[in-house]
Design a binder for this molecule. Structure first.
Ligand code: SAM
Length: 331
């Protein structure tokens, strides 16, 4: 029953973008005037649950809800509650989500009640003005309240920051101390060329090899084998006692150990974040009440999971590597 791709990789991790909409417009992620999917094209929460259940039956052990902003999808907690039955049965090891934190103060306690233990919160700066500038629409104080609420509810929070040249590179040491001081891991991410934005990515892109070298002038970083099932590689920071993760899709991809596939809110399955090939699961889902057609479509899709991505950001390559924005498939 396990899903094994042509390169022998077992697929055990599903990321589900439950909406492409977001209440922020981060400059490296989206254009300001984004055209979102018509609501009628979205799968219902029941259909999303059905698809997730098929994947769990086929060996998915970790499921992450993402977006867009997952917590702006109407009645999202209904889906979380439904999916939590797979935690109770033991079929699923982990149910988690990636969020911008804006709605967390409303939902943190209920997430914890549904068996969510850890969440990722995206936060690129601790400076309120810079936060508003990078997110275009976001307010730092709301996110801080969300993080407070999540920790008060007992959720383990990991912060994700996209490393952006001349924006937050000088601030990462402060963010590291702050996050570790509050018992949160911090992961830094290289910006990826996904979808047209209003800026030139070459101006934003910061290779993490440079960031690491600069951090090593202040901190003692030692590589550790810690894994969360995702692509981050971690170091222990001696001065703070905390963990720092590096996600390096540009300078060093870790496609050889990829265990993931990504489902969108319209039922499209992407087998790789950095390739255009996809499989439609909505048609087989709606074609019958049973799950056999979907299961066959999933097997076919896994059978053509590509070896890896080949993202490029440089002055000669003006087009993004993939046309869709990160908000379609989520992080
Ligand atoms: N709204 C949620 C959030 O903010 O975490 C989930 C979706 S968001 C698309 C997931 C993550 O992708 C965020 O951490 C965001 O910073 C990151 N992201 C967006 N566009 C990116 C890009 N082009 N390269 C790298 N990371 C990106």
């Amino acid at each position: 029953m396990d899903m094994i791709d042509p390169f022998g990789r077992t697929i055990s991790y599903l990321r589900v973008s439950v909406t492409d909409r977001c209440d922020f417009r981060c400059t490296y992620c989206m254009a300001e005037d984004m055209a979102f999917l018509p609501k009628k094209d979205l799968l219902s929460l029941e259909e999303l649950d059905r698809l997730c259940t098929v994947f769990i039956e086929k060996g998915v052990r970790k499921l992450r809800l993402t977006g867009g902003e997952p917590l702006v999808r109407k009645n999202i907690m209904h889906l979380v509650r439904q999916l939590s039955r797979h935690l109770k049965s033991g079929a699923l090891e982990e149910l988690t989500l990636t969020t911008n934190g804006s709605q967390l103060s409303r939902f943190a306690a209920e997430l914890a009640d549904c068996g969510v233990e850890r969440i990722n919160v995206s936060l690129d700066t601790l400076d309120a003005d810079k936060f508003h500038a990078i997110t275009r629409w976001g307010h730092l104080d709301k996110v801080m309240q969300g993080i407070d609420a999540a920790q008060a509810a007992g959720l383990k929070v990991k912060l994700n920051a996209v490393a952006l040249k001349d924006f937050n590179d000088a601030e990462i040491p402060e963010m590291l101390r702050w996050a570790h001081g509050r018992g949160m891991d911090l992961t830094v991410i290289e910006t990826m060329p996904m979808g047209e934005i209003d800026a030139d990515r070459t101006d934003q892109y910061l290779p993490l090899s440079l960031l690491r070298a600069s951090l090593e002038r202040q901190f003692t970083l030692s590589d550790i084998p810690y894994k969360t099932g995702g692509p981050a590689r971690y170091v222990h920071v001696a001065e703070t006692g905390g963990r720092l993760g590096f996600i390096t899709p540009m300078t060093h991809n870790f496609c050889e150990s990829c265990n993931r596939v990504r489902l969108t809110c319209t039922g499209t399955l992407y087998m790789c974040l950095g390739q255009e090939d996809a499989a439609d699961l909505r048609a087989p889902l709606r074609a019958s009440e049973g799950n056999e057609l979907v299961a066959t479509a999933v097997d076919e899709a896994i059978g053509r999971k590509p070896k890896g991505h080949d993202f490029i950001i440089d002055r000669r390559t003006s087009r993004p590597s993939v046309s869709r924005h990160m908000s379609v498939t989520g992080g």
